[in-house]
Design a protein around this ligand. Structure first.
Ligand SMILES: [Zn+2]
Length: 169
């Protein structure tokens, strides 16, 4: 039988210090006394450990949130739910993500550049890179396509004013 009590009646306090208004025992089958699922000490401790580990993981700019969630024994969905119920956790994820964005972009650029230089990039990727980095020199698409499809290393060497054999492997 529901007692009509709330989590705060059993000591549940939200992170901002205000009383937790969730139903007592919320989320725990057949239990309607005691704090809610988030504030029962076992569950709260487990969640806090997952949150801390997740925040630690995503400091790495090359770590996707999906991979990080799996690494900490959680899931994208569970992390999403934690973000909904914990504004501080949500804000911290957003902050880390924004700080890492330039690093992620750089990593993608470096990886693309390396593949172009070693001949591992597709013609389209090479064209894209050349057109963006030196539009004034690579405006004639037909010319580029022809050149690049022939030999991406030669095209890149030309752009860099280098001989193809002087490009790093
Ligand atoms: Zn609660």
């Amino acid at each position: 039988m529901p007692t009509g009590k709330i989590c705060a009646d059993f000591g549940g306090v939200k992170r901002d210090g205000t009383p937790c208004t969730r139903g007592a025992g919320w989320g725990r089958k057949g239990i309607d006394t005691g704090p809610c699922k988030n504030h029962s000490s076992d569950e709260a401790e487990k969640q806090n450990a997952i949150k801390a580990a997740f925040l630690e993981k995503i400091q790495d700019p090359l770590m996707s949130k999906e991979t990080a969630a799996v690494h900490v024994g959680s899931s994208v969905t569970a992390i999403w739910r934690m973000r909904q119920t914990d504004p501080e956790f949500d804000a911290e994820i957003t902050r880390i993500h924004q700080a890492n964005d330039p690093l992620r972009l750089e990593a993608v650029e470096d990886s693309l550049f390396a593949r172009i230089v070693t001949g591992g990039a597709s013609g389209t990727e090479t064209i894209f890179w050349l057109m963006n980095r030196a539009p004034d020199r690579w405006q004639d698409k037909r010319f580029i396509q022809h050149t690049v499809e022939g030999n991406p290393r030669e095209a890149l060497a030309k752009l860099l004013n280098m001989k193809p054999e002087d490009l790093p492997e």
